[in-house]
Design a protein around this ligand. Structure first.
Ligand code: PCA
Length: 221
């Protein structure tokens, strides 16, 4: 990664606004806490995406065009999960179990018509899992980001990276985080979520590439 291609060495972290009647979203609180920080010599830019189909992706596209980041990690809340979830795969489906923040509830619709069925994260998820566990943080690899706005943004991010020549050096992925203690159980304290994201960014920047998935075989290491 040359300095010329990524002059400011930026890392984009996104979180979502509260949805489904909640008053907080830990994903936004956690990424906001890292805004302006330096990790491995790169500046962290945190931005909020609306929990709205379509608008969330347009907001993300604008950020990608403006920042041309080296690394993008979109973060969302996953109520009911007790660990930081490293999402492996984004699928080309919008199938909303609840209405989004604009009242839309798409059913069995593609995120991007005619585009591939799925994309893998280009984060080294197994290396990130090991790094989180070394720090004593609860973490897991997740095989589905669901079919609501989080998967929509994850798929849109990976499709954009795959199709936009200006983003060919950008790596991206998605991380779900548990509720905060005041939202219910299972939960994770905000400072643990923030520490986890710091570990993820540091380890992703240190690791050269994504965990390969061998064609015809299983995922390696
Ligand atoms: N979680 C939702 C969308 C916004 C968020 O934080 C999801 O998992 O799809």
């Amino acid at each position: 990664m040359s300095a010329a291609r990524h002059p400011a060495g930026r890392v984009l972290l996104t979180g979502f606004d509260p949805f489904n009647g909640a008053s907080v979203n830990p994903s936004w609180q956690a990424v906001q806490a890292l805004h302006g920080r330096q990790i491995q010599g790169r500046r962290i830019v945190a931005a909020q995406l609306p929990t709205v189909f379509g608008t969330s992706l347009r907001t993300l596209d604008t950020l990608l065009d403006q920042l041309r980041p080296e690394l993008v990690i979109c973060v969302g809340q996953a109520g009911g999960r007790g660990a930081i979830s490293l999402e492996r795969v984004a699928i080309n489906v919008d199938d909303a179990p609840i209405a989004d923040n604009a009242g839309a509830r798409p059913v069995d619709a593609p995120v991007a018509p005619g585009a591939p069925a799925a994309y893998f994260s280009s984060l080294p998820i197994k290396a990130l899992l090991a790094a989180l566990q070394r720090e004593g943080l609860r973490a897991e690899v997740s095989q589905t980001a669901g079919t609501f706005v989080c998967n929509h943004v994850f798929y849109g991010l990976m499709h954009r990276i795959a199709s936009h020549p200006g983003l060919r050096h950008t790596r991206g992925g998605f991380v779900h985080v548990p509720w905060l203690p005041e939202q219910g159980t299972p939960h994770m304290a905000l400072d643990e979520v923030v520490s986890g994201l710091r570990v993820i960014v540091r380890s992703a920047l240190a690791a050269p590439s994504a965990t390969p998935v061998t064609p015809g075989g299983g995922a390696t290491h």
